[in-house]
Write a protein that binds this ligand. Structure first.
Ligand SMILES: [Fe+2]
Ligand SMILES: [Fe+2]
Length: 186
């Protein structure tokens, strides 16, 4: 986490830092998509790296930190789940999971020589990039500032311990850093 995010956003700084890593990975994916469109074929190698990044860093680690650490804290401080912003965020996490599962199926089809999967890969990647960018914007501009404003003393340190635990369990000691680097190598 950068010092700036941590100081100004004690509850959500670590997540905002993840968002920057995720946005860099999405930019790299879009560069690859331009190459795939120009050449008329999808190179499975960068797609495999992106799917691995999306599954592990974005979903298990980052969405895990939100769902298991931040959102329960916000609910305790009165931000509603059903019919409120947390419910919308949870729904979008689920849509993201389904898109990544679809990409995995398309990747397997490509690897078994089905070049017809390329169009589906491009359409699904585009859907995923749009979903995630919009989702991150809503969290950064609406939900996270709302969360910082309702947090009480002690919340940030408790939630921070929870983030560390999810990082250790979901991606493992030291591996979080490797995935941060990976975002630039898709
Ligand atoms: Fe989220
Ligand atoms: Fe997020």
């Amino acid at each position: 986490m950068t010092a700036m995010h941590g100081e100004e956003h004690p509850l959500t700084g670590s997540l905002m830092e993840d968002h920057e890593v995720i946005l860099r990975a999405l930019e790299r994916l879009e560069e690859r998509m331009r190459e795939w469109r120009a050449s008329g074929r999808v190179d499975p190698e960068p797609l495999r790296r992106f799917v691995s990044f999306a599954r592990t860093f974005i979903d298990r680690c980052h969405h895990g930190k939100e769902e298991r650490c931040l959102f329960p804290c916000l609910e305790r401080r009165g931000i509603p789940r059903e019919g409120g912003p947390i419910g919308v965020m949870l729904y979008e996490h689920q849509v993201g999971r389904e898109l990544v599962a679809r990409l995995e199926g398309l990747l397997r089809a490509l690897e078994s020589g089905d070049s017809g999967a390329a169009a589906g890969v491009l359409a699904t990647c585009e859907e995923y990039v749009n979903l995630l960018r919009d989702h991150i914007r809503k969290e950064n501009l609406v939900l996270f500032p709302m969360g910082e404003s309702v947090a009480r003393v002690g919340d940030a340190s408790e939630v921070g311990r929870c983030y560390e635990n999810v990082e250790e369990v979901e991606v493992g000691h030291g591996v979080h850093e490797r995935f941060r680097k990976m975002a630039d190598e898709i």
